[in-house]
Design a protein around this ligand. Structure first.
Ligand SMILES: [Cu+2]
Length: 289
């Protein structure tokens, strides 16, 4: 028993340590939501907690009623059952109250959906394209606050045998080219697919948006300055083929100054490496009679 407690405490210690160090990525034994790093995710957490209270209250009420009925109206205690089948007031209540609960849930839910949906005054836009099996990113009006910087790059998983934990790289989550965004900036993402449907999802930013060929979906984020230097990890969240599990997403927030510096380097570094054409669409066109 003593050993068990010691082991549990040690486990808890590691768990808490890892929860601090790895807040913006999945970690072992994690059961809660990933730590919020954007205003949308903060709202999502609130909504989640609110729903949890409502659900718990309903479960307790129904369980209590069932227990009461089973004890109070069992055959031994209630040998002659009542023949009543209708009760107008009761029926109005058990229809009306659930409707009210649904309305109470629907209002914040819709507010949150519209908050996520569009960001009309975004400072910059990044186009995200899902491919089998990697992501490509295009910085169109990438200079925050105006300016022009047209370039793009592909972002691939770092294979297991090249992962370097000393550099903070994480198996199945780290990529060769991270998406760099400035903190304290409204960043709009327009998301599409080149071949099949993928989904661009980053739990800590509260983003999960389908990448559908022939369609531009939208998402946005705003990372407060206190999270500068953090990397937010995500994975493709729509089964898209054999390597669906091997096209992770890594977004890093940097200061506006560092972003400007990175932008200068990136413009030359990625100038020659234009993002790949959509191979899926080309292949289909060739197959057509
Ligand atoms: Cu995918």
């Amino acid at each position: 028993m003593k050993r068990f407690i010691t082991a549990s405490l040690a486990g808890l210690g590691t768990l808490m340590a890892s929860a601090v160090a790895l807040a913006e990525q999945p970690h072992e034994w994690g059961i809660g939501l990933q730590a919020a790093r954007s205003p949308i995710k903060v709202e999502m957490e609130h909504f989640h907690t609110e729903l949890l209270w409502i659900i718990s209250a309903i479960v307790l009420l129904v369980m209590g009623l069932l227990a009461y009925v089973m004890v109070r109206f069992r055959a031994g205690r209630n040998p002659v059952p009542s023949k009543v089948t209708h009760n107008t007031l009761l029926e109005i209540c058990w229809t009306g109250i659930p409707v009210l609960i649904l309305v109470v849930i629907a209002i914040p839910s819709l507010k949150l959906l519209y908050l996520q949906d569009k960001q009309p005054d975004a400072d910059m836009t990044i186009k995200v394209t899902g491919h089998q099996w990697y992501w490509s990113y295009e910085y169109a009006d990438a200079a925050a606050g105006g300016g022009d910087a047209d370039f793009g790059f592909d972002s691939y998983l770092i294979p297991d045998n090249e992962i370097d934990p000393a550099k903070g790289q994480i198996r199945l989550l780290s990529v060769d080219n991270e998406v760099i965004i400035p903190a304290d900036t409204k960043v709009r993402f327009v998301i599409t697919g080149a071949d099949v449907i993928h989904s661009w999802a980053i739990p800590s930013l509260g983003i999960k948006m389908d990448a559908v060929p022939g369609r531009l979906n939208e998402a946005w984020t705003y990372v407060p300055a206190k999270y500068i230097g953090e990397t937010f990890y995500g994975q493709c969240s729509e089964i898209c083929g054999i390597n669906h599990g091997f096209m992770p997403i890594a977004v890093r927030a940097v200061s506006r100054e560092d972003y400007a510096k990175w932008l200068e380097q990136a413009k030359t570094k990625f100038a020659s490496a234009a993002p790949s054409e959509a191979p899926g669409i080309g292949a289909v066109a060739q197959l057509a009679p």
